[in-house]
Design a binder for this molecule. Structure first.
Ligand code: ADP
Ligand code: MG
Ligand code: MG
Length: 256
């Protein structure tokens, strides 16, 4: 089992040449085998948390820690974090000229393996075929240049393909549901659910409860004002859907 621990994390961003504190002490422990969801209103710091975990330099860690099996992640480069087993959907959203999907996937897989032990072509292609079928993707999509000319829905699907192929320890899926129609959402959910195993943990960040009908979380955390203000099970998401964030604000006596 692997464990990702976030302890009293405070993070600021630069706005008009001044530092503004966005995360005000976030605590969260994720084990492999678990699915966690973070919900919360817009602008509350959900993406700041995922970007910080992955190492986006625009987010400045003021204090606190993020560790994977006891190893400090915050001092590691994005690349090192990926090799340690983290995956952030939206990590490679850009179109990368001249690299096909297939080439990218093999490089990403091999980056996590010993230098003298690259994945065999046969194993790679068998896994690729299997996952393309699972996601209703054509082999032609795999041969295309990374994300070039992909529609929004195709990009999302492609991210799930990356996830299925790279098999990280932990995946952070930031609003993977945004802009997806119900069919695409079901395909994306099928992919994420196919990964469920004792060796894989997910942190899903979403504004809406809808996604959680398809990927049922073990834990739901609500973030408001840069803190996790409540943790519950999947029912908490239903309650939020019914009562809105305003209801929770009143219940907890928050003014964020
Ligand atoms: P959420 O994902 O919950 O909607 P974000 O983490 O994206 O919220 O944003 C939290 C706050 O931090 C917002 O006020 C946003 O404007 C600000 N913010 C986020 N990223 C940056 C950035 N790179 N530069 C400046 N401000 C940012
Ligand atoms: Mg937002
Ligand atoms: Mg966000």
């Amino acid at each position: 089992m692997s464990t990702l621990v976030i302890k009293d994390l405070k993070v600021s961003v630069t706005e008009n040449e001044e530092e503004r504190l966005i995360l005000k002490g976030v605590n969260l422990t994720l084990n492999t085998g678990e699915t966690h969801a973070i919900m919360g209103p817009n602008g509350t710091g959900k993406s700041t948390l995922s970007e910080t975990i992955m190492g986006n330099p625009a987010y400045h860690v003021v204090s606190g820690s993020v560790t994977l099996d006891g190893e400090d992640l915050l001092s590691q480069t994005v690349d090192q974090r990926a090799r340690a087993g983290l995956f952030l959907a939206m990590q490679y959203p850009a179109e990368i000229k001249g690299v096909t999907n297939v080439e990218f996937l093999r490089a990403a897989i091999n980056a996590r393996r010993a230098k003298d032990d690259p994945i065999s072509v046969t194993d790679f292609l068998a896994d690729l075929d299997h996952n393309l079928e699972l996601l209703n993707m054509t082999p032609e999509m795999a041969e295309r240049y990374l994300n070039e000319g992909f529609s929004g829905g195709e990009k999302k699907r492609n991210e799930i393909l990356q996830l299925l192929m790279i098999k990280p320890k932990f995946a952070i899926l930031d609003e993977i549901d945004s802009g997806l129609d119900i069919d695409a959402l079901q395909v994306v959910a099928k992919g994420v659910n196919a990964l469920a195993s004792p060796d894989f943990g997910t942190l899903m960040i979403t504004h809406y409860q809808r996604l959680l009908n398809y990927i049922v979380p073990d834990y739901v955390h609500v973030m408001m004002g840069g803190r996790i203000v409540k943790t519950g099970d999947a029912d908490l998401a239903n309650k939020l859907e019914a009562e809105g964030y305003a209801g929770l604000r009143d219940e907890l006596g928050l003014n964020v």
